[in-house]
Design a protein around this ligand. Sequence first.
Ligand code: KG4
Ligand code: ZN
Length: 344
Amino acid sequence: MLILGIESSCDETGAALYDTEKGLLSEALHSQIDMHRLYGGVVPELASRDHIRRAISLIDTVMEKAHKTRKDLDAIAVTEGPGLAGALLVGTSVAHAIGLALDIPVIGIHHMEGHLLSPMLASDKPTFPFVALLVSGGHTQLMEVQALGQYKLLGETLDDAAGEAFDKTAQALGECYPGGPVVSRFAELGRSGVIELPRPLIHAPNFDFSFSGLKTAVMNAIRNAENPQDPQFKYDLARGFVDSVTDVLVTKSIKALKKTRCKNLVVAGGVSANKQLRASLEKSCRRIGAKVFFPPSNLCTDNGAMIAVAAAAHLKDIQSAQNTKSTATGFQIKPRWTLNTATE
Ligand code: KG4
Ligand code: ZN
């Protein structure tokens, strides 16, 4: 089956073509980062308008790249939520319009389920059951995943998400949004242990996270610095920050693996692109005889491929996709939608 995946929940318009036999055929992405950077964060109305401008041409691009036409499509997968309402409406409108025109099913996908299943796009694919660490700009969650659609939340952030903490740290250092890539780059040049930052909730008897205190600690370090503009200070602070986030995420993930007796850990979402986090998780998992799986580096942040692969995973279980068919009665978006109810 040939599935077109469409993602438009935030500031990236993504399209991809996924073949259930051959895998990912093509993928295209437009990032709105340069447009939002001027404002220090995502401006929802501008995001929606830009998705309108990009969606159709990105879909045409993935068709051309894979030498396919719309008539070859068997299904369309689209992010139904969570995300910015206006942005979600663009992707879902386009998906359902094409679905109606071609009389093919349209499958609404939970954005975080897309991230969670994105390691299925890598050559080394995870098998169920696994523990999932989802670390993005809006979420930090640990899940126990017994099978497709069985997502049990073990713990999540009580305040800022891990990606949000990267973004706020970059902002405090006078750097651009999004902060993940720049803070990671700085951290690689910094020295471990020069600036020690707290590891919030690391020893708490649960799987919850808290990153807002870490952001405050970063700001205090900048306030108390002799020369906050000194590049080496910035690198050392970034290193202290990444060490702290990595330590917390790794410790809790290992604890979750031990508690659930799972041998597989899946790590996904924008922060999973961080090299230091990847290396530390690999080392710690190896030590306890577990294995960690990541999405391909270029598919850690939002993209259409993860939405298509999630739909492909569900299609295997759906005998007839007819019940997901687009109808003239309309469609829905779910700007607020928790993943444990993804299959409801
Ligand atoms: O998954 P994603 O693209 O969007 C959401 O669903 O939120 O994640 C975006 C987040 C941003 O906060 C960004 O700063 C962070 O992922 N990020 C990174 C890296 N690349 C992106 N964080 C740490 N290291 C990176 N290399
Ligand atoms: Zn995302």
